[in-house]
Write a protein that binds this ligand. Structure first.
Ligand code: SF4
Length: 338
């Protein structure tokens, strides 16, 4: 019997990535129906959706188990009523990024690297996102403002790394990204271009010849940090996309967030590290949860996170162990917790 989910798989194999972006599911009722989930989940999903809209591309949907409300991928994308709870200590800007924004779209927290908001859009809306309240509307630079940002980087020879973030920077067109990458490469003191993205994971077709063309030609060292939280997110299409990126000279790392109900067990974390390495991605950071308003139900707390990572050491060789860190506003780097 062909399920609704398997029909979606057939549909995505012929769609381009912009078509897949356009056709992502944006309606709670349709998400529940497509996955064969009980309609009792709808009121909570609708409440959460009103705060931070739902967005799930079909290529990702195809990896979610049909009829399983506890699926670890579903939990990352399905809004629930608890998102409306106001919990003390959970705030809209948990990393105090507004204090480190010298130009719209430019975040300068660490002295030798800058973060650029490459796009306000994402291919998927992750319920745990620490930027779910980020004022993207105030931080999407115009062409003139991009020149101002480039001048800012040019004028500070301490800056050796530019980080493209978002939103998801790869939600931008390759024409725009190629222009920006070329401009950054012309700044002689920059050494590295780092891209933080979930797009090669949620829509692997994003890794196409246009993306690979501007990445391969850049003189900068290219690093891509993928944000994968569970082994089930990595399928054959993701492995192929990673292989193409590596062939273009991109070094692949992963950073995950430890999330209640998604990866808060030793077997889940061990399977994730193994699956990452099989795909050619090095596990890098495991982030303690940033206390963002609307997502407190994902927080496992530091003590449990430390205990999990301690137990994980018995399961993995050292090179597959992610570093458990927390980002503390005002600190000069991430703070190791273990
Ligand atoms: S910025 Fe990243 S974590 Fe946040 S919603 Fe977009 S893809 Fe998900």
């Amino acid at each position: 019997m062909i399920t609704r989910t398997s029909i979606s798989v057939q549909a995505v194999t012929t769609a381009t990535w912009p078509e897949q972006l356009r056709d992502a599911i944006r309606d709670p009722q349709l998400l529940l129906k497509t996955l064969g989930l009980d309609s009792s989940l709808l009121p909570g999903a609708t409440q959460g959706h009103a705060l931070f809209s739902i967005r799930v591309p079909h290529a990702y949907l195809a990896r979610i188990r049909h009829g399983d409300p506890d699926d670890p991928l579903l939990r990352q994308v399905l809004p629930i009523g608890a998102e409306t709870d106001a919990i003390e200590g959970f705030v809209t800007d948990p990393l105090a990024e507004a204090e480190h924004t010298p130009r719209p779209g430019l975040i300068h927290k660490y002295h030798n690297r800058v973060l650029l908001i490459g796009s306000g859009a994402c291919a998927i809306n992750c319920r745990y996102c620490f930027r779910r309240h980020f004022p993207y509307g105030d931080n999407l630079p115009s062409k003139a403002q991009w020149q101002d940002i480039l001048d800012y980087i040019r004028s500070d020879s301490n800056i050796i790394e530019a980080i493209l973030s978002g939103g998801d920077p790869l939600a931008s067109s390759d024409k725009r990204l190629a222009w920006l990458a070329d401009e950054l490469a012309s700044i002689t003191h920059l050494k590295r271009l780092r891209v933080h993205t979930r797009l090669p994971v949620v829509i692997p077709e994003r890794v196409d010849s246009h993306l690979l063309a501007w990445l391969s030609r850049s003189r900068l060292q290219k690093i891509m940090v993928l944000h994968i939280n569970h082994a089930n997110e990595i399928d054959e299409a993701v492995r192929t996309a990673c292989q193409r990126l590596k062939e273009a000279g991109v070094t692949l790392f992963n950073q995950s967030v430890i999330l209640r109900g998604v990866n808060d067990s030793v077997p889940a974390l061990a399977a994730l590290s193994e699956a990452l390495f099989e795909a050619g991605i090095l596990p890098y950071y495991l982030h303690a949860f940033d206390p963002v308003a609307g997502a407190a139900h994902f927080d496992v707390g530091d003590d449990e996170a430390i205990a999990l990572v301690d137990a994980l050491r018995a399961e993995l060789p050292g090179f597959l162990m992610p570093r458990l860190v927390r980002e503390i506003p005002g600190e000069n780097s991430k703070t190791p917790l273990f």
